[in-house]
Design a protein around this ligand. Structure first.
Ligand code: SF4
Ligand code: MSK
Length: 645
């Protein structure tokens, strides 16, 4: 297969060709050798939950040994995907909360509270008294309250009582899906899906909905809010992206994974004069830091650190031969990196006790020795610079963009210092210059041409005057294609959106962060509702969501919490439920009656855009903001007023 049939990204095409020439396998090759993939797995109707199985549902055998139907089996499998996704995001949130607590309590921590204003705002939301209290006192109490959200045994998540619009909270109460505590809701999925517990697919799904909400409005939201307070809230910032940001003349350290605790410290120390001098002594011009996947997004949003690529570029980065250390923490790290890095001088370093990889060196990260460990890792990279084998092959391709948009700074960017509010956004939606907004998020998947789904969908949406917010690997795809440059408005947008972007000085695709920062999209939607004029609930807004190249279980949890928050959500690869007709009908149709949002599956990004645009226009109709321009009958005075010069 030609490289351009695998990736639409130039730098990636170059490296895919390089890999083929060198006889190195990548994710695309391994995908090909997996074909044809298992039809039972694809349709979600294989169960191996107990040792009477595995059971596969077919015409010949429509029930598992225990009597479970296709709907029960597919619902249980889907719930377990949600549990894994919600657990990953929420465990990330928990790690941040522990570091936050250490920073708040300790006198000599390597971390410190960087955003006191946001600390006070978030603490007040969580019901903590802020007036007349010291920063440290407030932070200690917020740390304890946030950590207790994971394991409390009574009540519901505080955040779900204060962040979503009241109308949305009521929907959840009526359906009985308000999240109670983050860990509890994940544990209950594992219980409910054990052999011989529930078999009613709708009742099973209720717990999937509740656990996903405890991810989006709970664990992920805690990760975002506390990271902003601890590492500093992002602000619009310029950056460079794609494999060309690697510099053959410098020591290259690529951070990959998800959590910001180590990478933020690496940023802080990587330009220390002693370390830079060490690098120069080894013959390098300096130390160059770049990121892949969501760790990249975390340090990009706060420090403008360049992004080397998204999910499918992790192997390609190593193939350049210019990566001296690839530093990984958790999630989305291909096991193949272990053996691939062995073919080069690249040292793959794992840092979390949760993630060890064959072929990697393990330097365990401990927050209480953060600076020391960060310096140690950078020294390993510097020492390794001299071990490069032969010529490096770094593609020249790079692009520039602006990232760093958040729920809070959108106020400022839209309204300016003296009118900081969502009013201009709502007004422009109401007057039709902006038709609506879309969240385009998620991963890459070798089932789709790399980045093609993201880019085709986003371009189609902005052409039709839909403002796009993006996170994760989708945001990186958009940035690499130049869609995060302010001048992209003139090149790709419809007239209305172009006008707004140019007036305000923002790109038409707003980078709002990493995968946990999808919580920012939820809080943006809450703010739009609170601003007024577009209904009482998120489900009334002219908005839609999409994950055009998703692959991870985290994407299932994200999609589920968007649907449960009232958002129409289109994904490319269908959820593995198509072998379960009742469950499929429920999630793609009937659920809308209960929650206001629903799932749709569509692999063609142009059709996806049409579906989202149709939904947005229907919502506009329902809000009564699609009024046609009133016809005006001209009298003589009007005619005379028309200038003919
Ligand atoms: Fe088969 Fe039922 Fe056991 Fe699943 S739980 S493996 S369907 S017997
Ligand atoms: S990193 S979850 S491949 S977006 Fe968040 Fe990218 Fe998907 Fe991982």
């Amino acid at each position: 297969m030609e490289p351009k049939e695998r990736s639409s990204d130039k730098a990636s095409q170059e490296m895919i060709a390089c890999m083929a020439q060198a006889g190195q396998q990548n994710a695309w090759d391994r995908f090909d050798s997996q074909l044809p993939q298992c039809g039972f797995g694809k349709q979600g109707i294989c169960c191996r939950i107990c040792a009477m199985g595995p059971c596969r549902i077919s015409k010949k055998s429509p029930l598992g040994v225990c009597g479970a139907t296709a709907d029960t089996i597919a619902a249980r499998n889907l719930l377990r995907m949600i549990a894994a996704g919600a657990a990953s995001h929420s465990d990330h949130g928990r790690e941040v909360a522990h570091t936050f607590k250490m920073a708040a309590e300790s006198e000599n921590s390597d971390y410190m509270i960087k955003d006191e204003l946001k600390l006070r705002e978030v603490a007040a939301r969580y019901g903590i008294k802020v007036e007349g209290r010291q920063t440290k006192e407030i932070a200690c109490e917020l740390a304890d309250v946030a950590l207790s959200e994971f394991g409390k045994q009574e009540g519901t998540l505080i955040s779900t009582q204060v962040y979503p619009p009241p109308a949305r909270q009521k929907v959840w109460q009526q359906l009985g899906v308000t999240p109670r505590s983050i860990d509890r809701d994940i544990v209950e999925i594992m219980h409910r899906t054990h052999m011989g517990v529930g078999s009613d697919y709708k009742n099973l799904m209720k717990q999937g909905i509740r656990a996903s909400l405890s991810d989006g409005w709970g664990g992920s939201l805690i990760a975002t809010e506390l990271s902003d307070i601890l590492f500093g809230a992002p602000w619009p910032i310029r950056f460079g992206t794609n494999l060309g940001v690697l510099d053959a003349k410098q020591v290259n350290i690529v951070v990959h994974g998800h959590e910001p605790t180590l990478s933020d410290i690496i940023v802080a120390v990587s330009q220390e004069p002693e370390l830079v001098q060490m690098a120069k002594d080894k013959g390098a011009e300096g130390i160059n830091l770049a990121g892949i996947c969501c760790t990249a997004n975390e340090i990009l949003m706060r420090h403008g650190i360049p992004v080397a690529g998204n999910f499918l570029q992790q192997e390609l980065a190593i193939m350049t031969g210019a990566v001296d250390v690839m530093l990984v923490d958790v999630q989305c790290i291909m096991p193949s990196l272990g053996s691939l890095s062995k073919c080069f001088h690249t040292k793959l370093i794992t840092t979390s006790p949760k993630c060890k990889i064959d072929g990697a060196e393990h330097i365990e990260f401990h927050e209480d020795k953060a600076l020391e460990i960060a310096r140690q890792i950078i020294s390993v990279a510097i020492d390794n610079y001299g071990n490069r084998k032969g010529k490096t092959s770094v593609p020249k391709t790079t692009e520039r963009g602006i990232a760093g948009f958040t729920t809070e700074n959108i106020f400022y960017n839209l309204g300016g210092r003296f009118r900081a509010s969502y009013r201009p956004l709502n007004d422009n939606v109401i007057n039709g210059r902006i038709r609506g907004a879309a969240g385009v998020v998620g991963c890459n998947n070798p089932k789709q041409v790399h980045d093609y789904g993201h880019l085709t969908l986003i371009k189609e949406l902005i052409k039709n005057n839909v403002l796009v917010v993006s996170t994760g690997c989708s945001a990186i795809a958009a940035a690499k294609a130049g869609l995060m440059r302010p001048d992209a408005a003139a090149k790709y947008c419809g007239k209305g959106l172009q006008e707004v972007c140019e007036t305000v000085g923002i790109p038409p695709v707003l980078h709002v962060g990493s995968c946990v920062d999808n919580s920012r999209i939820l809080t943006i939607l809450s703010n739009v509702v609170a601003e007024g004029g577009l209904g009482e609930d998120i489900s009334q807004l002219p908005v839609a969501g999409a994950a055009p190249e998703w692959m991870s279980e985290k994407a299932v949890s994200i999609g589920m919490y968007f649907v449960a928050s009232g958002v129409y959500t289109v994904i490319s690869e269908p959820l593995p439920i198509l072998g379960a007709p009742n469950l499929t009908r429920y999630l793609t149709e009937e659920i809308e009656q209960e929650l206001g949002g629903k799932w749709a599956f569509e692999c063609d990004p142009i059709k996806t855009a049409e579906m989202m645009l149709e939904h947005i226009e229907n919502k506009r109709d329902a809000l009564g903001i699609n009024k046609k321009g009133e016809r005006k009958l001209y009298d003589m005075a009007d005619r005379r007023a028309i200038s003919v010069e």
